[in-house]
Design a protein around this ligand. Structure first.
Ligand code: SF4
Length: 340
């Protein structure tokens, strides 16, 4: 790693990093509190309790404040509120829809595509998204300790065709900066690695995560940096998120976004067009629009392929080409994502 570079976090110290860890530790983790804080009718509670048993609620305050109270159809609420539909088990919906268990040659490392590997840098997330394809992922079996990382690092060292390491999770930014800086230092010691890609929702969920400590090690690495955010709806992008994106760009990161096409949340041309426009205002380019992976508990979010394709065709009439995300599906065993 190069010498430490200071990227100024220019917010007042009381505002800057009101400790992202504290915000995360104070996140809402039970259905009753979520319903109460958002003045939701009590009739939502039994369904929320059932869904919560299948996949726990996690909603930090910084995200909660962007949800309109007393509106069960709020597009941000629907991403985090467990519902009774999660208990249904339609055919074809499974616990490991991308068959990732087949592609873990060593603990903590998933190798699906040529030239790049994915590292499970943290088992935790700052928010539990109801449609998550890893909602059943066995993190306890796949999260290496520091000593166990050596095996993954040896795998990377041995394959000179690998040029990119992708930090994923969970959310990799849920790990401490100490852990991340150590891991990235090991990665940059591997001569054939050129790029570091970070897939994260934390700059959106708790924008204070992008603080000086994080920006210091990110800016200092010799690796080219790509941060892939995960934003599904324009209401998720407030000024704090725009400011976090600005800080990431100042640290030298290229910013991209991937979304999931979600029934009742962003399945309209106007929402998707506004999302792309808003992303660009924040300095982020739309990258992928994924159809929902067939994970157990998320079938109610699915938008059929024909409908998805028609939406994207119409979207072309509203956006310049560089703001068009690519509609894709991940099919296990394929050498790349499959464009629809
Ligand atoms: S932050 Fe990402 S990994 Fe975590 S629950 Fe949401 S979609 Fe899944």
């Amino acid at each position: 790693m190069q010498e430490n570079i200071i990227i100024a976090d220019k917010r007042p110290s009381t505002q800057a990093s009101a400790s992202w860890q504290r915000q995360l530790s104070q996140a809402i983790r039970d259905p009753a509190t979520l319903c109460k804080r958002l003045s939701l009718d009590e009739s939502w509670l039994p369904g929320a309790a059932t869904g919560h048993q299948l996949f726990e609620i996690c909603v930090p305050d910084a995200y909660l404040t962007r949800i309109v109270p007393n509106d069960p159809n709020d597009p941000l609420l629907r991403q985090v509120l467990p519902v009774i539909d999660e208990a249904s088990t339609p055919q074809g919906y499974v616990t490991d829809p991308l068959e990732e268990a087949e592609h873990q040659p060593v603990k903590g490392l998933i190798h699906k595509y040529a030239g790049r590997v994915l590292l499970i840098a943290s088992p935790a997330c700052a928010i539990n998204c109801r449609y998550c394809f890893r909602r059943h992922f066995p993190y306890s079996e796949s999260s290496p300790s520091r000593a166990q990382w050596q095996e993954a690092l040896d795998y990377l060292r041995a394959d000179t065709n690998l040029h990119e390491a992708i930090l994923s999770g969970g959310d990799p930014l849920a790990a401490s900066d100490k852990q991340l800086a150590w891991l990235v230092e090991q990665l940059e010691g591997i001569p054939h690695l050129k790029r570091l890609r970070i897939h994260t929702r934390l700059p959106v969920v708790i924008p204070d995560r992008i603080d000086s400590a994080f920006l210091g090690w990110l800016a200092a690495t010799r690796l080219q940096k790509v941060v892939v955010l995960h934003i599904n709806h324009p209401n998720e992008i407030d000024q704090a998120v725009i400011d976090a994106c600005t800080r990431l760009k100042q640290a030298g990161a290229t910013l991209l976004n991937q979304s999931v096409l979600l029934r009742g949340i962003n399945d309209s041309v106007s929402t998707l067009a506004t999302l792309s426009e808003r992303l660009f205002e924040a300095g982020v380019l739309p990258y992928y629009l994924h159809v929902v992976d067939p994970v157990q508990g998320a079938a109610h979010f699915d938008v059929p392929d024909d409908e998805a394709k028609a939406l994207v065709k119409q979207l072309l009439e509203h956006l310049p080409g560089f703001l068009m995300p690519r509609l894709v599906r991940e099919i296990p065993g394929k050498a790349s994502k499959t464009p629809l």
